[in-house]
Design a binder for this molecule. Structure first.
Ligand SMILES: *Cc1c(COP(=O)(O)O)cnc(C)c1O
Length: 361
């Protein structure tokens, strides 16, 4: 490995992965129909349930998070019913389009990019129901907005038939998330963001309600069918060959995360967020997300000083970092400082010092 030329990742996914976690992937391969694998799966399942704070189940998928978007939409939205998608950035927009491309009827509740959703807005939109599901992106990575999921969940729970489907790709293990306490039906995530793993494996906490709903839907596909995944899961297995090396890495990473403690991990991310906000303000830069909605895992800086983000990225590359230049239609108008995964405050200080040097302070 050419460690000397490696530029540490400060982008909002894939994130920097610790060497011990990378190395866990190099263990001898095992067959997925043998006892060693079912032990691994059971261990992982137990830790994943602790990490999602759920007693139900956490399905494991050999895909990126996008696959589980498709699975959640197909397993939860019946053909003659509709879903409400909350859209305020690139990822929430894409999920709504994926539901539609799977033939689902979708209503969209939209805010400007950079804004978040209040429970009142959701309550109002739910009057146009009934909805089979409300689809929310907890942390909109493209805009640095975290939505008030606990409060939104309370509003959704007023409607008994409505499942709450949540994309926690860049919030799981970075922002407070309590699947059972908050009554989240699907909490899906990828590996390569706040989880701090390499890409290629995805996870979703899935409620009993979801499996009951899925049983009423005839054409759910196969690869992302939650019923099929759950059947295998009960035997500590997966329907098709899983990404075993990534599961080794996840096993190791979850040990370290649970040792750190979920609450400590959430706190560390909030501290890094607050530090990043204070730094941006000192630099005379703006913040794209309004107060109260600012993400613990990624700060979208409003580029009010018209900083040349290409030049800034080149400069930071010289310092040994890969940084972000903004995403989608707000690229350049914003740039994002990721502080997710296993990033520690010391590394964030190095990043901010480098950026400060570029900005001439
Ligand atoms: C990155 C991201 C996705 C897409 O995940 P993949 O693992 O790349 O499929 C979805 N939602 C959010 C919020 C993201 O940040």
């Amino acid at each position: 490995m050419t460690q000397d030329t490696h530029k540490r990742l400060v982008i909002p996914g894939p994130v920097e992965v610790r060497r011990e976690v990378l190395e866990a992937q190099t263990a001898w391969m095992i067959g997925h129909r043998g006892a060693a694998f079912s032990d691994l799966f059971a261990r992982l399942q137990n830790k994943l349930k602790q990490a999602f704070l759920t007693n139900s189940r956490v399905i494991v998928s050999g895909s990126s998070g996008t696959g589980l978007w498709e699975g959640a939409s197909r397993c939860c939205i019946r053909d003659d019913h509709k879903a409400l998608h909350l859209v305020g950035g690139a990822f929430s927009d894409r999920w709504a389009k994926i539901s539609q491309s799977n033939g689902k009827q979708v209503d969209v509740l939209e805010v400007e990019w950079g804004q978040g959703f209040t429970p009142e807005m959701v309550a109002e939109a739910l009057r146009n129901g009934p909805y089979d599901a409300v689809c929310v992106v907890h942390n909109e990575t493209s805009t640095g907005v975290t939505n008030p999921l606990k409060e939104i969940a309370e509003v959704v729970h007023q409607h008994e038939e409505t499942l709450l489907l949540v994309d926690t790709v860049s919030s799981f293990l970075g922002a407070e998330l309590r699947v059972d306490d908050w009554g989240v039906d699907v909490a899906l995530t990828s590996s390569q963001k706040a989880f701090g793993l390499p890409p290629g494996i995805a996870f979703a906490a899935v409620s009993d309600r979801v499996l009951e709903r899925a049983a009423q839907i005839p054409h759910r596909g196969y690869y992302f069918d939650f019923i099929e995944l759950d059947k295998s899961l009960q035997k500590n297995n997966t329907p098709s060959t899983p990404p075993i090396a990534l599961m080794f890495a996840g096993d190791k990473q979850l040990d370290d995360i649970l040792a750190e403690g979920l609450e400590n991990r959430w706190k560390r991310h909030l501290q890094m967020r607050d530090r990043t906000i204070a730094w941006a303000e000192q630099q005379g830069l703006g913040l794209f997300a309004p107060e109260g909605f600012r993400s613990p895992t990624v700060t979208a800086v409003a580029n009010t000083r018209n900083v040349d983000v290409e030049e800034m990225a080149k400069f930071m590359s010289g310092k040994g970092f890969t940084i972000d230049k903004g995403y989608g239609k707000v690229k350049g108008k914003t740039f994002r400082i990721a502080h997710m995964g296993d990033m520690q405050p010391e590394m964030l200080e190095e990043v901010l010092a480098g950026l400060g040097e570029f900005l001439g302070s």
